[in-house]
Design a protein around this ligand. Structure first.
Ligand code: PMP
Length: 306
């Protein structure tokens, strides 16, 4: 797959060429998974290219690092400026932005603290994450035999590289069984989230989504969807959701920066609702994308113009 990427990468406040962004094989992160990262999108808007919820993403990056006692030298505001600078330097518009912070090479062994913390911001162009037709037709998914990590094992609120080993198990099993994506349950058997998306259920115009205590990553798209739904007058309830509630829902959809708002048309080969994108899912998609057309009122700091 050919993906267009930025020529320059931001590394510890300097720009380096793509090919020079290299890591030693003994970097701590390679052996022990010690990275935190973000996934952010810049959209073309009516006012030119703009990054969506940049400050909130950089805040989550700092939070993820704090949980792992990792010191990022730059403030949230400085990281935001760095991301915008990187986009300008690469002359990119709509793109995907990947800040990643990890423990580099300093010493040997598990103790992370003696190793340097490296901060990078990388850009590439990313289309529709779950396939070009997913937004309209929906995806076929399954429940995973893998659970999300229990709350006292890996902190789910931290977006760390290590958590994505669990996501990879979920994703690979789903693909091996012919599905686009898998949904994991939490350690109590309630619905948690997809390998890289949060999940919403609609039944009788009430909308349910698993709470933060269900080992989810508190998604910013999830937060945006809740904001839009409440603004439209819908009741959104963050509550433990049993697996079978998804089978009998009128509509189920994923939310995520990469997946945006993607309808789910079947789970475990059980058709959800009419088996097509439902009316509320369609409405949320329209409202979500209208943000970038300047047609929807949103908090001012949700769009950072490039
Ligand atoms: N859960 C997981 C496991 C994810 O990887 C993502 C994508 N970052 C999400 C949820 C959605 O989060 P966001 O809407 O902030 O992209």
């Amino acid at each position: 797959m050919k993906v267009k990427h930025g020529e320059y990468i931001w590394h510890n406040a300097e720009f380096i060429a793509w090919n020079n962004a290299q890591v030693h094989v003994m970097a701590h992160v390679i052996h022990y998974g010690s990275s935190v990262f973000e996934g952010i999108r810049a959209y073309m808007t009516d006012r030119g290219p703009a990054v969506f919820r940049l400050k909130d993403h950089m805040r989550r990056l700092k939070d993820s690092a704090k949980i792992y006692r990792m010191d990022i030298k730059w403030s949230v505001d400085e990281l935001c400026l760095a991301a915008l600078d990187t986009i300008r330097r690469n002359k990119m518009g709509a793109c995907y932005i990947r800040p990643v912070v990890f423990r580099g090479f300093g010493t040997f062994g598990v103790d992370p603290l003696p190793n340097p913390v490296e901060t990078y911001i990388v850009l590439w162009e990313w289309g529709k994450y779950l396939g070009p037709e997913a937004l309209e037709n929906g995806v076929d998914v399954c429940f995973s035999s893998w659970n999300r990590m229990a709350p006292n094992t890996f902190p789910a609120m931290a977006k760390t590289g290590a958590n994505y080993m669990n996501s990879q198990l979920i994703k690979m099993e789903a693909i091996a069984n012919g599905y686009t994506e898998g949904i994991a349950l939490d350690s109590n058997g309630f619905i948690s989230e997809g390998s890289g998306e949060n999940i919403f259920l609609v039944r009788d115009s009430r909308i349910l989504t698993p709470p933060v205590s269900a080992s989810i990553l508190p998604g910013l798209t999830r937060d945006t969807v809740i904001y839009i739904l409440r603004d439209l007058g819908y009741e959104v309830i963050e509550t433990p959701v049993p697996r079978e509630a998804a089978y009998i829902a009128d509509e189920v959809f994923f939310s995520g920066t990469a997946a945006e708002v993607t309808p789910i048309r079947s789970i475990d080969k059980i058709q959800i609702g009419s088996g097509k994108r439902g009316p509320i899912t369609k409405k949320i998609q329209r409202e979500f994308f209208s943000i970038f057309e300047g047609k929807r009122k949103i908090p001012e700091d949700w769009l950072s113009l490039i």
